[in-house]
Design a protein around this ligand. Sequence first.
Ligand SMILES: C[S@@+](CC[C@H](N)C(=O)[O-])C[C@H]1O[C@@H](n2cnc3c(N)ncnc32)[C@H](O)[C@@H]1O
Length: 370
Amino acid sequence: MNPVAKADTLAAPRLPESPPTMNALLPLLACPVTGETGLTFEGDPAGEGLIRSPSGRAWPVIGGVPRLLPPDLLAPFLQAHFPDFTRRHPEVEAWLRDAPPAEPAVLETLLDYSFQHVDLADLGMLVDDWRATWDRFQPGLPPESFAGETVLEVGCGEGRHAWLVSEHAKCLVGLDLSRGVEVARRRDPRPNAFYVQGDLRRAPFRPEVFDAFYSNGVLHHTPVPEESFQAAARLVRRGGRAAVWVYGLDEMRLTYRLSHLTFLRPLTNRLPRGAQMALATGMTAAVEVGLWTPARVLERLGREDLAKRIPYHDAAHREWKYKQRRMFDRLNPPITHYITREALARWFAGWSGVEILNADGQGWSARGRR
Ligand SMILES: C[S@@+](CC[C@H](N)C(=O)[O-])C[C@H]1O[C@@H](n2cnc3c(N)ncnc32)[C@H](O)[C@@H]1O
């Protein structure tokens, strides 16, 4: 079956009956600089506004998305993407003037993923694909299992999994470094869903305020994955849950290991974005000819059994842009770690009900209760 043909099958999310509000989000927030609570909001919750901390810092809300990045990241981000905002709100510019320099790799992650998601991800709502990746990343943990909970997605990107969970959670907050949160916000207008731009290592939330957090394909893109995990874990109440999916190489399928192109990374990480895209295009064309065309031909000949044996046959009917984007995603991230089972066991030391699953030979799913 052609997955693209049935891609648009979702019922549109219920639109808020009352105007959007920040009321349910504010009690969860804490200033990412001082940790102080009691933040307030003024402005248009679906558009532009300011979130203020009691000690006088003002943070932008742009496009209905609070930009609660630490100052070292917020200053260059605003300058690159929203220079007019600081002109309109000089008080934001005033306190950001003394911002320290950002860690280059993290700033690059922010800018690269912003490029990736904004330019490439608005492909329409591929809900079947989102469900399939959720089931692969989080086997046995359906989105419905978050019913009634206050849930954080750490690194929500363009919001494909947050969209699935916000249908059930009492409150879903998607946090991401990149402008993917803008796509997520546009796609998910549910009144219980909030998308926040921030750094998970200095996340703008009160400690122990969430019932659960989950994170799919993110922690391995941060400088020290274990520290990132522990930072997110502190946001979950005692007895709350965490579920993470991360890259692994040991015990994984050969095709998966090859697809990570680890041997090319030292070269591709140094290429400018345009060259990465050109390379992704060339490599996608090669896979198109070598794998996906034969898979389609076999299907047409009625040999689906053989087609299914071709690695990545499931993408054979995807549109070109989707395949190109997946390839680009492999080449683009500035930081990538591969996590071992032993490392994951250390992350969850002291948690109860810990499970570390090989997720179909394509990464680790690890979960537990704090
Ligand atoms: C491979 S994408 C996965 C996105 C999403 N979880 C999904 O499955 O579609 C990795 C995401 O991690 C985000 N990320 C990387 N470092 C981060 C950080 N320090 N804080 C928050 N998000 C971060 C990136 O911006 C990017 O959106």
